[in-house]
Design a protein around this ligand. Structure first.
Ligand code: ARG
Length: 290
């Protein structure tokens, strides 16, 4: 039951008790109590109309990651938001989007309530799985390098980024992988500059203040498609004959132990993969045919 309903129930009981106790008292008191009862009823009606928390699925995201989530006019739209709507529909709830900075989603993983999920093109990682449970993957990606194709030195491989400045979105997998690049870790040194979004990093790249941006495939391709000076290519770097830029899988995060919600979400994801909806939305929102 939702908190508002509990509150209203206890309010009614209190008012009823007052009625009984005031039986022998003056009529005036009864009039006042009737008025209070009317007000309480009006409050119940308005709560029923606006809906209480129980009818709402809160969706935490960072709407700076087209085609998965981005701002269009006054709305947050994208593939993930379509998935959120489909999950909410299955649950008989309505969606309320909570748009945060991506780095605020990491603490949110540990704070999720039963009616809250994170849908943010979030890669399923072991560290994140310690804080929340993840659904089955609904999409895969890989890190891409965005570089300025008008420069004399073309920085289209990770190896060429030695000693360079690389922009990333704070607290993303791109940030984590690039921040590992130090001589101490057995790679080479480079400087990582963290930004609130890959788009803002790309603007700094265009100004020539950094040398490249590392971000997930489709967001990288969309940024490059929107600016002829920018090109996006898959990132790869081999250590012991193995590419350290492995494929990443996106999942929906739910509160740890909420197996009921998780299995509903997995059912919805399976349906949306089977009926081609995820691919359709991905093509639609990216303008790139997968
Ligand atoms: N897949 C990457 C990660 O999980 C980047 C996600 C960024 N998502 C966003 N909505 N900004 O770290």
């Amino acid at each position: 039951m939702c908190n508002n309903t509990k509150l209203i129930d206890s309010l009614y009981i209190k008012i009823y008790n007052l009625f009984i106790f005031s039986k022998k008292k003056e009529k005036k008191m009864k009039k006042i109590l009737s008025l209070i009862l009317c007000l309480a009823m009006a409050f119940t009606m308005s709560t029923a109309l606006t809906g209480c928390n129980d009818d709402t699925l809160y969706v935490y995201t960072n709407a700076e990651f087209a085609p998965y989530e981005f701002i269009e006019g006054a709305d947050v739209v994208g593939v993930d938001m379509e998935i959120a709507e489909a999950i909410a529909e299955k649950l008989g709830k309505k969606v309320k989007i909570v748009n945060l900075d991506f780095d605020a989603l990491t603490p949110q993983l540990s704070n999720l309530k039963d009616n809250e999920i994170i849908l943010a093109g979030m890669t399923i990682t072991d560290e994140r799985k310690e804080k929340a449970d993840f659904s089955d993957p609904y999409a895969t990606s890989i890190q891409y390098i965005i570089y300025d194709n008008t420069q004399s030195v073309i920085l289209d491989t990770i190896a060429k980024l030695e000693g360079k400045k690389v922009g990333v979105q704070l607290a993303t997998t791109g940030d984590y992988i690039m921040s590992d690049f130090t001589v101490d870790n057995g790679y080479f040194d480079l400087t990582v500059n963290q930004y609130s979004s890959a788009q803002s990093a790309a603007l700094i790249l265009l100004k020539g203040e950094i040398d490249a941006v590392v971000v997930d495939k489709l967001p990288a391709e969309m940024i490059a498609n929107n600016n002829e000076k920018l090109t996006a290519v898959a990132a790869s770097y081999e250590v012991d004959n193995e590419n350290i830029f492995a494929s990443e899988s996106y999942g929906v995060a739910v509160k740890k132990g909420n197996t009921e919600l998780l299995s509903t979400i997995n059912t919805v994801i399976a349906e949306l993969i089977a009926n081609g909806k995820i691919i359709e939305w991905t093509n639609q929102y990216s303008g790139i045919v997968a």
